[in-house]
Design a binder for this molecule. Structure first.
Ligand code: GDP
Ligand code: ZN
Length: 314
């Protein structure tokens, strides 16, 4: 039994209560609203529907398209609406990959920032790729040192590091291949060339200036809207204007080690099952750091995240 008035589509943009949806059957872009309450299965969020959501919509008696349901999300990335808030904001749903755009010194991206993003992506079950941009700025010896240090560190753990120059085009074909047919979120510190990169991939891309302010009944609030851009090879890029990366939300301290793949692997050999890898005797992780099997910088990021976890819980 099929109901001809029920349509399905992909949410590619949201502004206020208005959602741009690409209809799954016709490929047409339509505007939808939400009316009444949508059953929310998972979390308390400031935005009930996010870009990347697959939704069902109906056309009501007045001819308006109304979102009536959200298809179960495969994954989603959220951030806390503000530091004090218990509410979260869904940045995007149903992602195939997160691309973390970094530069090593112009501007510098800290290892801790990169590791935070990697951990968040792991925790939300989204594979991530590091895009090392602006390689045109380096001489060959500098590039070689960078490879031995940064690139090796992350590839050894199992992450892909892609060296590109958005300005000169190096590495862009490989990036295009990785993006084809997938929904990929781009994130990174400002200044790393995220807009330049997306602009090189999406010809009519116009970067948004960032956050859109909204006033709600709890006072002034800032809402950031993600937007999805279709790629000519199929798939979409999710741009997150104004979000300088996302923190780690709601990960229990004892879980943090699970999201550092190289720490998790070694932790099976710790003497205590609930080892936090900070002070315990017989800790295989600390031993592996000493033996340089686990990169020291990664261990430091781990300790900082553990520290933060403690703060959130107080
Ligand atoms: P965003 O803040 O991450 O969106 O960064 P932008 O795309 O605005 O780029 C910041 C600056 O870096 C701009 O001056 C760009 O022209 C420059 N830039 C971006 N990509 C490259 C690159 O591959 N090589 C060089 N040399 N500069 C770049
Ligand atoms: Zn341990």
């Amino acid at each position: 039994m099929s109901n001809e008035n029920i349509h399905q589509g992909l949410v590619v943009k949201s502004v206020g209560n208005l959602y741009t949806v690409v209809d799954s059957e016709s490929g047409q872009w339509v505007e939808c609203r939400i009316k009444g309450r949508i059953r929310l299965r998972e979390i308390r969020t400031t935005n009930p529907v996010a870009v990347g959501d697959i939704v069902e919509y109906e056309i009501d008696a007045t001819g308006q398209r109304v979102i009536t349901d959200i298809v179960q999300r495969r994954n989603y990335i959220i951030r806390r609406a503000s530091n004090l808030s218990k509410e979260s904001h869904i940045i995007a749903a149903n992602l195939d990959c997160v691309f973390i755009v970094v530069t090593l010194d112009r501007p510098p991206t800290s290892r801790e920032f990169i590791d935070r993003l990697l951990v968040t992506a792991e925790a939300y079950n989204v594979p991530s790729t590091i895009v090392l941009n602006k390689i045109d700025l380096y001489q060959s010896e500098e590039l070689e040192l960078m490879r031995q240090d940064f690139v090796q560190t992350y590839t050894k753990i199992g992450y892909r590091v892609l060296e590109v120059s958005a300005a000169e085009g190096d590495g862009m074909d490989t990036l295009r291949e990785l993006l084809a047919g997938k929904v990929s979120l781009f994130t990174g510190n400002s200044g790393v060339g995220k807009s330049t990169l997306i602009g090189a991939l999406i010809p009519d891309y116009k970067p948004k200036t960032g956050e859109i302010s909204e006033v709600n009944n709890r006072g002034k609030h800032t809402t950031t809207f993600s937007e999805m851009y279709p790629l000519s090879e199929g798939g979409y890029i999710v741009d997150t204007p104004g979000i300088k990366g996302f923190g780690v939300v709601d990960i229990e301290p004892e879980e943090i080690g699970h999201y550092f793949p190289e720490i998790f692997r070694v932790s099976q050999q710790c003497q205590y099952g609930n080892c936090t890898h900070t002070h315990e005797p017989g800790c295989a992780v600390k031993q592996a750091v000493e033996d340089e099997e686990i990169p020291y910088t990664r261990y430091i990021s781990y300790l900082k995240l553990m520290d933060d976890g403690g703060k959130y819980r107080r």
